[in-house]
Design a protein around this ligand. Structure first.
Ligand code: FAD
Length: 486
């Protein structure tokens, strides 16, 4: 009998939207087996062409993968980068390395779920087991049901139910990842994937603003809980205040576990009762993220179709010219335009402004919410199928638990309320900066001499409003009445 230790076959850990090493149940489970763990990431060539990651997401992904690869190397391992159909790539890697187990985290996009079940079947035939773990949500969407055993369609009872459930404890750290043997194809180089923009490089200042990757996510969480959280409940509505966490892209790419964010916020509230209201509000925003994923899981047509069936006949008569003006931040409504410029320049837009800008597109311009959703998909660093689709359907009035259609945000009143002194507008629309506060939110009401001394010429240096608010509101309500009468 030989005394040589049995060679343990490796486990492949397939990174997806869970680009972190801490608090990752699937990775901890792989490491706990004591087998060598080989890490890989496969560039998504499988999702439907319309939903491949947009430009801003690709920028983020590049930097996030670069950080993850470095962190894995620090632990003695190696991140294999491959491109192609996951079924083919994973089957090949398993064969080359003799791995009979592949671990990963679940995803909730309809195509990702389909891929998981097809992969499970094809790998099983090859004698390889695919094990899927939680870790990207607080609770699995299929475990939360109402008293009738059905999915929730309203947030408040959904969240009440969730708050009775416990949140996963921290998973043990993933130490000791392995290196790939020489036999598989050499790993792709990240640069070959051309995820970064060039010519023009519209993201050239983004590195000053964002720190993609696990370290950036942990820093953001720490900063938020030490500072801005104390103003969260009210401050979160004021875009100039910087009172939100900025965690959305990190959560989308799985650079931080939602359970970790939840536990840390809860502890901060317990340790300091003066911020308990604030942390509770923050937890409920994480709850909206859960709710969006719950809806996407149970109603997978959400990104494409109105959740409320009567909205499928809505007369979206908006023009391409108006859509373009909105995309470029040239509607003539400063709060909307500031938001759209913030989005273009940073890959992010504050939530209050997202609601107002999105509402303006659907209700003032009568442009189909799906056109706005696609623009956000391409331009947001936190573009997320569940949150984006739910956000847009909520605003359009067609979603589950949506804002009633007849409640139409007045972009001027919203600006006067949430950006009273115009700090936010001035930071994104420098061409209006010299206007007195009184006219900043509605430059078309300023007398000629005021415009002139502020260096503003409507229609030249800044657009005149593309629609009149009162007329647009009346048209939106008429369009809605048409749908209701059918
Ligand atoms: P915080 O206020 O610090 O909230 C903490 C976390 O809770 C966020 O990071 C996010 O993960 C979650 N969250 C907060 N608000 C919401 C919400 N309304 N719905 C779901 N989750 C929420 N969020 C995205 O992550 N990706 C999107 O593609 C996206 N598209 C949107 C489109 C529209 C039209 C609207 C109105 C909202 C959209 N949101 C989206 C939700 C929200 O605007 C962002 O999550 C939020 O602004 C992110 O900033 P933050 O991380 O500082 O949020």
């Amino acid at each position: 009998m030989s005394n040589a230790p049995a060679v343990k076959s490796p486990i492949i850990y397939w990174f997806r939207q869970d680009l972190r090493l801490h608090d990752l149940p699937g990775l901890s489970a792989a490491v706990a087996t004591g087998r060598p763990v080989l890490a890989c990431y496969i560039l998504d060539d499988q999702s439907p062409a319309d939903w491949r990651p947009g430009g801003a997401s690709r920028w983020w992904l590049h930097h996030s993968l670069s950080g993850l690869a470095a962190d894995i190397e620090e632990r003695g391992g190696q991140l294999m980068l491959a491109r192609g159909a996951p079924a083919t790539v994973l089957a090949q890697l398993a064969e080359d390395t003799g791995a009979d187990l592949i671990f990963c985290s679940r995803q909730y996009e309809p195509w990702a779920r389909q891929l998981e079940s097809e992969l499970f079947a094809s790998l099983t035939e090859q004698g390889v087991t695919l094990k899927r773990f939680s870790g990207s949500l607080l609770w699995e969407p299929d475990t939360i049901k109402n008293l009738a055993g059905l999915p929730f369609k309203v947030f408040t009872p959904f969240w009440r139910k969730c708050r009775q459930l416990s949140v996963a404890l921290e998973s043990p750290p993933a130490v000791g990842l392995g290196k790939w043997p020489e036999t598989p194809e050499p790993t792709d180089q990240l640069g070959d994937w051309a995820l970064l923009p060039c010519d023009p490089n519209w993201a050239n200042s983004w590195e000053d603003r964002w720190q993609p990757g696990e370290r950036g996510a942990l820093d953001k969480l720490g900063q938020f809980l030490r500072g801005a959280v104390s103003d969260y409940d009210k401050g979160r509505n004021f875009p100039a205040r910087n009172a939100t966490s900025g965690l959305s892209p990190h959560l989308h790419f799985g650079e931080i576990a939602p359970a970790r964010v939840f536990r840390a916020a809860q502890q901060a509230g317990t340790a300091n009762p003066t911020v308990e209201n604030e942390t509770e509000k923050f937890l409920s925003e994480l709850g909206w993220r859960e709710f969006s994923h719950h809806l996407l899981f149970h109603f997978p047509s959400l990104p494409e179709q109105a959740f409320k069936a009567d909205f499928s006949a809505f007369p979206w008569v908006g023009s391409a010219v108006h859509l373009r003006a909105w995309q470029q931040g040239k509607t003539g409504y400063p709060f909307v335009d500031a938001g759209m410029r913030e989005l273009w320049q940073t890959g992010y837009m504050h939530n209050r402004v997202r609601m107002v800008a999105a509402s303006f597109l659907c209700k003032h311009l009568l442009v189909d919410w799906r056109a706005g959703q696609r623009w956000f998909w391409d331009t947001l660093v936190d573009a997320d199928l569940a949150n984006n689709s739910c956000g847009w359907q909520w605003v359009a009035g067609s979603g589950a638990d949506a804002a009633p259609y007849f409640r139409i945000f007045n972009p001027t009143l919203q600006a006067q309320r949430f950006d009273q002194t115009g700090e936010y507008i001035r930071s994104w629309l420098p061409e209006l900066a010299a206007l007195p506060d009184r006219y900043l939110h509605q430059p078309w009401t300023a007398p000629a001499d005021v415009l002139s001394s502020a260096g503003v010429t409507l229609g030249e240096t800044y657009p005149a409003p593309v629609v009149d608010h009162a007329d647009a509101r009346a048209s939106a309500l008429a369009a809605y009445a048409e749908v209701r009468s059918q």
